[in-house]
Ligand binder design. Structure first.
Ligand code: ADP
Ligand code: MG
Length: 356
């Protein structure tokens, strides 16, 4: 185990920014901390780095309790979104900086920086100053600088937050390759669920300072433990039903009453992939108009509007879309294959229930 948090709590005043958080990261793993802004992600990183001390709980790095070990002795590399490079130093000097502080020999520094230039694809930029670099190059230099002293752990706090979408995508792929080559234990913070799914082997999901779920991207997507996770990771249709005449319904949609009696409310959720769509308006039970198609690469997202005005999100591949001859404005029919019951408190999800 490379990093372990045991029941860690951190208050700012009487506000619990991180509450009773426990998780472990394996040696060499790349884990993402995911959650909305203000959920405590940065505070968790700062606790691991030693920039904050926990009020309760323990933090271990490679089996050693580090609660009272200062930041300089934890051998951690970090890159924060706002952690700018030294403006008056060249790229070479920026990367060498931490090694000079640690009093590495000149030849060793040169050797290490050369290695990093190869590894991080920075060759030719040695003598440039930060203002002569693109946003993507700057973040790669910042990561090179963090990696230079061979840290036990690399902490990245929204490192690609400030670069534009296309470069961001390239940097994600680059990070996955880099991690594959360097294999240093890495914790990557993001509020972007797609980014977390793409880069990490496991995702730790936070909400309001609490750890909601930890699992592989597939796990958290397919088996969310609660409504927060279900809605935060991936797209989810959520409907509030009322039981009338022994059936739970909203508009024209009907579901079994699940033990509730007339007048009681029930919330259900289903993923867009759980919706079957046909261009034959009579094929499935419910009729709708295809209001809008979002082209998201190979998968498309469809918005279906029922006569009552309810909008349902569905998805399909481009091939299926073309073979069905679909286009916006067309009348379609659909069915919902399976769904989950979301409890009112948002803390309990049912198993997936087949609906057809
Ligand atoms: P995230 O990185 O997920 O956006 P943070 O860890 O930065 O969240 O913050 C979690 C909560 O703690 C927020 O409500 C934030 O306002 C609060 N917070 C963070 N740092 C401090 C601080 N130094 N003093 C007071 N409150 C803080
Ligand atoms: Mg943050």
């Amino acid at each position: 185990m490379s990093i372990e948090l045991k029941k860690v709590t951190k208050y700012f005043g009487d506000f619990p920014a991180v509450y009773d958080v426990s998780f472990a990261v394996n040696e060499g793993e790349l884990v993402a901390l995911l959650g909305p802004s203000g959920s405590g992600k940065t505070t968790v990183l700062r606790l691991i780095a030693g920039l904050e001390t926990p009020d309760r709980g323990e933090i271990y790095i490679r089996g050693k309790k580090v609660n009272n070990i200062p930041v300089q002795q934890r051998n951690i590399g970090f890159v924060f979104q706002s952690y700018a490079l030294f403006k008056s130093m060249t790229v070479f000097e920026n990367i060498a900086f931490g090694l000079k502080i640690k009093k590495w020999k000149k030849t060793e520094i040169e050797q290490r920086v050369k290695e990093l230039f190869e590894l991080l694809d920075l060759k030719g930029l040695e003598e440039r100053f930060p203002h002569q670099l693109s946003g993507g190059q700057r973040q790669r230099v910042a990561i090179a600088r963090a990696l230079a002293p061979k840290p036990n752990v690399l902490l990245l706090d929204e490192p690609f937050g400030a670069v534009d979408a296309k470069i961001r995508q390239e940097l994600r792929e680059w990070l996955v390759h880099l991690h594959h080559d360097v294999n240093v234990t890495t914790i990557f913070v993001t509020h972007d669920q797609e980014e977390a799914m793409e880069v990490a082997s496991r995702i730790v999901i936070f909400s309001k300072g609490c750890l909601e779920q930890i699992g592989t991207p597939r796990d958290v997507y397919e088996n969310p433990v609660n409504e927060f996770v279900a809605r935060f990771v991936g797209v989810m249709n959520v409907l509030e039903l009322v039981v009338t005449n022994g059936v739970a319904r909203i508009g024209e949609l009907e579901f079994p009453p699940h033990g509730l009696i007339d007048g009681q409310k029930l919330r259900i959720g289903f993923r867009p992939y759980a919706v079957n769509v046909s261009s034959d308006p009579n094929r499935y039970r419910y009729k709708a108009i295809l209001r809008h198609t979002y082209f998201l690469g190979i998968m498309l997202r469809l918005e279906l509007e029922l006569p009552s005005g309810i909008v349902i999100k569905a998805r399909m591949s481009k091939e299926e879309y073309n073979s069905l001859g679909l286009q916006d404005g067309k009348e379609v029919s659909f069915e919902i294959k399976q769904y989950r019951i979301l409890s009112k408190e948002g803390n309990q999800l049912s198993e997936e229930i087949p609906a057809v």
